[in-house]
Ligand binder design. Structure first.
Ligand code: PLP
Length: 429
């Protein structure tokens, strides 16, 4: 895949027309940060130049409330065709009956799914946040926990895997209207068929919160939720390498409810530039190169998990089937938060996460969560994953300048930005 973002060239050239020293300086800082750091943040990938160009294209100005051929605004001919193209590509790529590509983000897609299927106060069963669930799966700080009666299922203490027996028992006891399957930091494949059986037994809708892994399913690298879930929520900016944004797939029966939930219930006009960039990424994902990328991403994650295990960082669930790697940091005698902080100061970006059944406050957290999307996009492979594992161990133990220099030299060998000289004005404020 073509990979490099080009903020230094195109954005700074555009800013040069109407200079803004403060923003030019901030952009230069961001470019500099990216040149020095190695990105292992689980949910970040790099947008290709084509995606960035479409985000900054004339489509950015267009208002197009509604759906193709049913707009509240005039002048929507090209916008209609952009959305129709994105929908057709999404349906084909994922094998879905219906696709809505308008959600501004993954969280908004989850909100729209809830709006389509639930009324305030309805019972929902979803993955515990402490065991890997997302904020939209029932956090009290989020619409999901505030507006619905959410109970949580978790993973088994013995192996860290989702316990479908527990899910079934809870579903029988709670009779939820919706069961949410999916997570933010669960590295294993999810048994969509098993969840479907449980949902059918208790008469619940099955919603797949598949933002992390839907792109891997599209590539055929892991099983897809589409044949099993009533509604699938995803994003285009993780595995797919597209623009920041959400999408919803659903059965034919629910198509109208989902569309009306997105607009006019949750959103106003779609961002047509985002729709164009989504269409572009969905088109690229149909190419063989995308399947190769997805497979390499998982191979890199498996290798990284194994290398970290050899350095005292036990992979949760024993390994990974996806781009996600989660490990227990207690083997190094530090909290996840502390290792995250030390790694950041050396230029290695990764995150902390809860270890199921741990007994430290969530702000500390005993685990580390990382992913191989960006690293694979810039061309890293297994040798670099071994190097990354070494660097994490070194940064956690002794975060001195030599570690920072090694991280920078790795980042410079695999740049995430074009290396052409910047053409914007230098800034003073
Ligand atoms: C499972 C899941 N749902 C929803 C989201 C939210 O997506 P966004 O950040 O685009 O709102 C994420 C993001 O990581 C996610 O992993």
């Amino acid at each position: 895949m073509a990979t490099l973002a080009t903020s230094d060239e195109s954005t700074q050239a555009a800013l040069a027309d109407v200079p803004d020293d403060a923003l030019t300086a901030l952009l230069a800082r961001e470019d500099d940060r990216r040149r020095r750091q190695v990105n292992l943040l689980a949910g970040e990938n790099l947008e290709s130049p084509g995606v960035l160009a479409l985000l900054g294209s004339a489509f950015a100005d267009k208002y197009a409330e509604g759906y193709p051929e049913r707009r509240h605004h005039t002048g929507c001919g090209p916008a209609d065709d952009v959305e129709t193209l994105a929908v057709a590509r999404a349906k084909k790529l994922f094998g879905a009956d219906h696709a809505n590509v308008q959600p501004y983000s993954g969280s908004i897609a989850m909100l729209a799914a809830a709006a389509a299927l639930l009324r305030p106060g309805d019972a929902v069963l979803a993955m515990s946040l402490a065991h890997g669930g997302h904020l939209t799966h029932g956090s009290s700080a989020n619409f999901s926990g505030r507006w619905f009666s959410v109970s949580a299922y978790g993973v088994r203490r013995s192996d860290g895997l989702i316990d479908l027996d527990q899910v079934r028992d809870q579903a029988r006891a709670r009779r939820p209207k919706v069961i949410v399957a999916g997570a933010i930091s669960y590295p294993r494949v999810i048994d969509w068929e098993g969840f479907r059986e449980i949902a059918d037994e208790v008469g619940a809708y099955l919603v797949a919160g598949a933002a992390q892994t839907l792109g891997l399913s599209a590539a055929g690298v892991i099983p897809s939720p589409v044949p099993y879930a009533d509604v699938v929520c995803g994003v285009t900016h993780k595995v797919l390498g597209g623009p920041r944004g959400g999408l919803i797939l659903c059965t034919r029966d629910l198509a109208e409810r989902v569309d009306r939930a997105v607009f006019p219930f949750v959103q106003g006009g779609p961002m047509v530039n985002q729709l164009a960039a989504k269409a572009y990424a969905l088109g690229r994902a149909a190419a063989p190169a995308f399947r190769e990328y997805a497979a390499l991403t998982v191979a890199n994650a498996r290798h990284l998990a194994a290398e970290l295990e050899g350095r005292g960082l036990r992979p949760l669930t024993g390994g990974t089937d996806t781009h996600l790697v989660t490990v227990d940091a207690r083997g190094l005698g530090l909290t996840g938060r502390e290792i995250e902080r030390r790694c950041e100061s050396a230029g290695l970006l990764l995150g902390h996460c809860a270890v199921p059944y741990e007994d430290v406050p969530p702000a500390s957290a005993s685990g580390l969560r990382m992913g191989t999307l960006s690293a694979t996009t810039v061309g890293m492979g297994k040798p670099e994953m071994t190097e990354v594992a070494d660097l994490i161990q070194a940064a956690a133990g002794n975060p001195d300048d030599s570690v920072t220099q090694r991280v920078q030299s790795l980042a410079q060998r695999f740049p995430s930005l074009s290396t052409k000289p910047q053409c914007g004005k230098s800034a003073s404020s």
